[in-house]
Design a protein around this ligand. Structure first.
Ligand code: FMN
Length: 219
């Protein structure tokens, strides 16, 4: 273990081996409030460009809504059977109001005058609010959703909680069912979390990854 590690290296590596994209959940097992709190922290603490956090997280609990979402998620049973379903939303267009909201938050949290952040605000307005077309902005925020997704999946693995990153769904149908149309937010990617079913054959499959030498090059 390296001397400054918060979690021993072996534990991290074993969690990475242990995790897999779960295909069948044990619907009777629920994530405890304590673990759920840590998982939420992983979403909240995910980094974002400039720290603007152009993401929101919808946690879908209502069984009826879950069933409807499953219909537009290739019928995947994980949508209804997992303990948690998290829909990661990304902002369609980051605007000056978003920048202002963030500047106010920095001033409050760090107890500094807003005026001292004028340069930072102007830069963000220039580069992000004014400098991006709606298409570029939507693509930029959507990519950031995947950072939050990664944090969530890794944190789940460290807690020995199963998870599935999911792109197998119809985003337009999600936006409709979740009432997002016209809200400025859209569904970027989703994830389920819970506990693997004993019958999920996938858990015994050997992990398929290319050799380190093929994936990682040092120059
Ligand atoms: C962005 C993304 C979308 C995915 N979508 C689905 C999905 O819709 N359904 C599913 O069962 N697995 C999905 N997966 C899981 C991958 O198939 C899986 O991560 C990959 O085969 C590697 O296997 P492992 O995660 O078990 O190591 C997705 C993974 C990622 C990263």
């Amino acid at each position: 273990m390296s001397s400054r590690a918060a979690v021993p290296n072996e534990q991290i590596e074993s969690a990475l081996q242990w995790r897999y994209a779960t295909k069948k959940y044990d619907a009777t097992r629920k994530i405890s409030p304590t673990d759920w709190n840590t998982l939420k922290q992983s979403l909240v603490h995910a980094p974002s460009s400039y720290g603007l956090q152009p993401l929101r997280y919808l946690v879908i609990e209502t069984p009826d809504l879950r069933a409807k979402l499953r219909e537009v998620s290739w019928g995947q049973t994980i949508i209804t059977d997992a303990s948690k379903l998290v829909v990661i939303l990304s902002k369609e267009k980051v605007n000056e109001t978003d920048v202002e909201h963030y500047i106010e938050r920095i001033a409050t949290v760090r107890k500094i005058p807003k005026e001292s952040l004028a340069g930072y605000r102007d830069m963000m307005v220039q580069n992000v609010a004014k400098g991006m077309t709606p298409e570029i902005s939507a693509d930029w925020t959507r990519r950031q959703a995947y950072i939050a997704l990664g944090f969530l999946i890794e944190t789940a693995a460290l807690l020995k909680i199963d998870a599935t990153p999911i792109e197998g769904f119809d985003p337009a149908a999600y936006n409709k069912l979740l009432g997002l149309e016209g809200s400025g937010w859209r569904t970027a990617v989703i994830a389920t979390l819970g506990y693997r079913h004993a019958d999920d054959a996938t858990q015994s499959y050997k992990k398929v990854r290319f050799e380190h030498s093929e994936l990682i090059e040092t120059r």
